[in-house]
Design a protein around this ligand. Structure first.
Ligand code: HEC
Ligand code: HEC
Length: 362
């Protein structure tokens, strides 16, 4: 394993600039791709040689965990409509001079920008999208790119990586092991946005500096939650239940999250002991179960060259992606490198890894 790590360090990948400063797709991205392909072949052969009974790849028998692939329950026609909130009353959030109505906030073409000083000016595609087909990227990913558990943080990702992923969504190379409504919406975005719009959005999000967004809490019990707006929200008065083998990621403040306040983050409840077990998997690979993530994601796991950051990101997102690499739903050109990493991981391992990664500074 030490030899493997050294080989990777010596390759071109170590010479890339950090992700958030690496904004221009081009020759260096291509060089990275070539270097990654070489590492991939090396990793695959080393992984094959290393296989013992204990660490041999097992078929994935576990279903996609509902708490990582959150889907709203179907709406029954017979259900009594909940009291309609007044759509045209101005809403406010702490620390903002802004005022927006629910009608604006919940419209994919007019999402609120509560903290305009918190990010550079947004290009039109991020702020408003383009009628009738392309919602504002900032509607789901938020103006400062911090994202929500059901989508992804984009702040500080390399521009070339963003462009590549959107192409993968469009070309059917990046699917989901369980297609939720938000995922389908992202496919529509990728299909309908023009290459120029994608490039403009990619440049914008790559310039942003990701902020701490997740507070990890190890616990035996959690508040009971239900799927609503493709997130897990506490059920008022329903009490608590054992956490079991789950990550329950829920807003710090439900009201602010529902108003799309990009200054209000999330709490991730994780099983007791997850962070330490995750640290072992992430840093050492745990005797061949996986590979040390820093080999490709950089010494601080904040990405390097065209490999994305995995530090301080939503743990529901991380589990979803690990599951999708393992199941083969993510099959873009560079996704092959994540195959040997995920081949032997159980959902429980993924929980531990995601819990640890969420404790890191983004
Ligand atoms: C309706 C909500 C929605 C909108 C609007 C939206 N996205 Fe997404 N996006 C998603 C979801 C959901 C995912 C997560 C997919 C997954 O789970 O793998 C995603 C993921 C991504 C990713 C992958 C990030 C990563 O780290 O893997 C990129 C890149 C991306 N979106 C770019 C964009 C761009 C650019 C726009 C605007 C043109 C946009 N998105 C608009 C919902 C949205
Ligand atoms: C051999 C190189 C390599 C190693 C080792 C590696 N990764 Fe990756 N990882 C990649 C590449 C390349 C991508 C981008 C894949 C793509 O383009 O779809 C990636 C993507 C990811 C993503 C998706 C992020 C996003 O923004 O969509 C996650 C999550 C991830 N890796 C987690 C891990 C974890 C956890 C480990 C360690 C246990 C690890 N990786 C080890 C190369 C690697």
């Amino acid at each position: 394993m030490r030899k493997l790590a050294r080989a990777v360090r010596l390759s071109a990948i170590g010479q890339g600039t950090p992700a958030h400063r690496h904004n221009v797709p081009g020759r260096s991205a291509l060089r990275t791709a070539v270097a990654l392909a070489a590492i991939g072949a090396f990793v695959a052969s080393a992984a094959a040689r290393n296989q013992t009974e204990k660490t041999k790849s097992q078929p994935m028998h576990q279903a996609p965990p509902y708490w990582a692939f959150v889907e709203d329950p179907p709406v029954h026609k017979s259900a009594a409509p909940s009291k309609p909130a007044d759509q045209d009353v101005l809403q406010h959030v702490p620390g903002s001079q802004g005022a927006f109505t629910l009608r604006q906030i919940n419209d994919g073409f007019t999402p609120p920008d509560w903290h305009p000083d918190g990010h550079p000016p947004m290009p039109e595609i991020v702020a408003h999208g383009r009628r009738p087909d392309v919602w504002a990227c900032g509607y789901c990913h938020l103006p400062n790119g911090q994202g929500r558990p059901e989508n992804a943080s984009l702040a500080g990702l390399p521009a070339a990586y963003i462009v590549q992923q959107v192409a993968d969504f469009k070309n059917g190379l990046r699917k989901s092991s369980k297609t939720t409504a938000p995922f389908s919406a992202m496919i529509t975005e990728a299909t309908k946005a023009t290459p120029e719009e994608v490039k403009t959005a990619a440049r914008y999000f790559s310039q942003l500096k990701p902020k701490p967004w997740i507070r990890v809490v190890e616990t035996k019990t959690v508040v009971k939650t239900q799927a609503k707006d493709w997130m897990l929200l506490p059920v008022a008065g329903a009490g608590t239940e054992p956490i079991g083998q789950r990550i329950i990621e829920t807003p710090e403040n439900v009201e602010r999250t529902e108003l799309r306040d990009d200054a209000s983050g999330f709490i991730a409840y994780v099983p007791v002991g997850s962070v330490e077990k995750g640290k072992a998997l992430v840093t050492t690979g745990d005797a061949g179960k996986t590979l040390p993530c820093a080999m490709c994601h950089g010494p601080d796991l904040r990405g390097q060259a065209n490999v994305p950051t995995i530090a301080g990101r939503s743990p529901s997102f991380i589990v979803r992606e690990l599951y999708d690499f393992r199941s083969g739903a993510r099959a873009g050109p560079d996704a092959q490198l994540m195959k040997p990493v995920t081949a032997k991981l159980t959902v429980e391992d993924m929980i531990w890894i995601a819990a640890y990664l969420a404790t890191l500074h983004p």
